[in-house]
Design a protein around this ligand. Structure first.
Ligand code: F6R
Length: 242
């Protein structure tokens, strides 16, 4: 794993956007694996700026998101569909027909997982996968204990993750209990992985990722099995590094 330390969240976001932008410049039809949550918001803002001021075009890009809550429709403001549309897609020139996010409102969630896994495969995997990390080491919604061999599947969200995400909902009770997520093996099929780690609440997770064992108890440790991972970490998240 290549670790790049940034001074601030802004610098981390600019660096991440530059890396994604360079991927698109090299391959205008790149397949981008995207994440939601607080961490990549700055990266999306910066990519929008690159689109507006430096003519970075997403016209031929395909996007594939990591995960979605079960039970929320795509126009629910807490859904990841809504997040992506409002924070990113509406501000760039990508084509909606090339945006893929698991359908959390599908009648048959098991078959939706199979369909999504097949879709990622048919695209040849992602060229670059953007990831955040949970304090418990989750990537996507793959909670501790998820097999490294997992493919797109339904998960029951654990309490820590629901609490962490409750900030977006009116109350903890409205946070869904289930979600659909690419599995760890699905994520590892990406050609390149860009993991963003920001803020002091992630310092413990960063230390475990960089110095701990490779174990299913800490899902992000699976990334150490991949040959092209860049970890962008800001100073606060790097506080416990030697
Ligand atoms: C979101 C996702 C999650 C988040 C993680 C960190 O699509 O897959 O794994 O990356 O929960 O979230 P933030 O960035 O809000 O701390």
């Amino acid at each position: 794993m290549k670790v790049m330390e940034c001074q601030t969240y802004e610098e981390l976001s600019q660096t991440a956007a530059r890396i994604v932008g360079d991927t698109i410049k090299k391959n205008s039809g790149a397949v981008l694996g995207l994440a939601t949550g607080g961490t990549p918001e700055g990266t999306y803002r910066e990519l929008i700026r690159l689109h507006q001021t430096e003519n970075l075009s997403f016209q031929n890009v395909t996007t594939v998101n990591l995960d979605e809550y079960a039970g929320l429709s795509s126009d629910d403001p807490n859904s990841y569909h809504y997040y992506m549309n409002h924070r990113f897609f509406q501000h760039i020139d990508s084509q909606p027909s090339r945006h893929f996010i698991p359908n959390g409102h599908a009648v048959d969630l098991e078959s939706e997982c199979r369909r999504y896994e097949q879709l990622v495969k048919s695209l040849g995997g992602t060229d670059i996968q953007l990831l955040g990390i949970g304090r418990n080491g989750h990537i996507g919604f793959n909670e501790p204990g998820t097999p490294f061999q997992s493919r797109t599947h339904i998960v029951t969200l654990n309490e820590q993750t629901r609490q962490a995400n409750a900030r977006y909902f009116s109350s903890i009770d409205s946070v869904p209990t289930k979600a659909l997520t690419m599995g760890i093996q699905t994520i590892l099929t990406s050609k390149r992985i860009l993991l963003l780690v920001s803020g002091k609440s992630k310092a413990e997770a960063a230390k475990k990722l960089l110095e701990g064992d490779i174990s299913e108890d800490f899902p992000a440790s699976a990334l150490r099995l991949h040959s092209d991972v860049t970890v962008l970490i800001d100073r606060e998240a790097a506080a416990l590094r030697p």
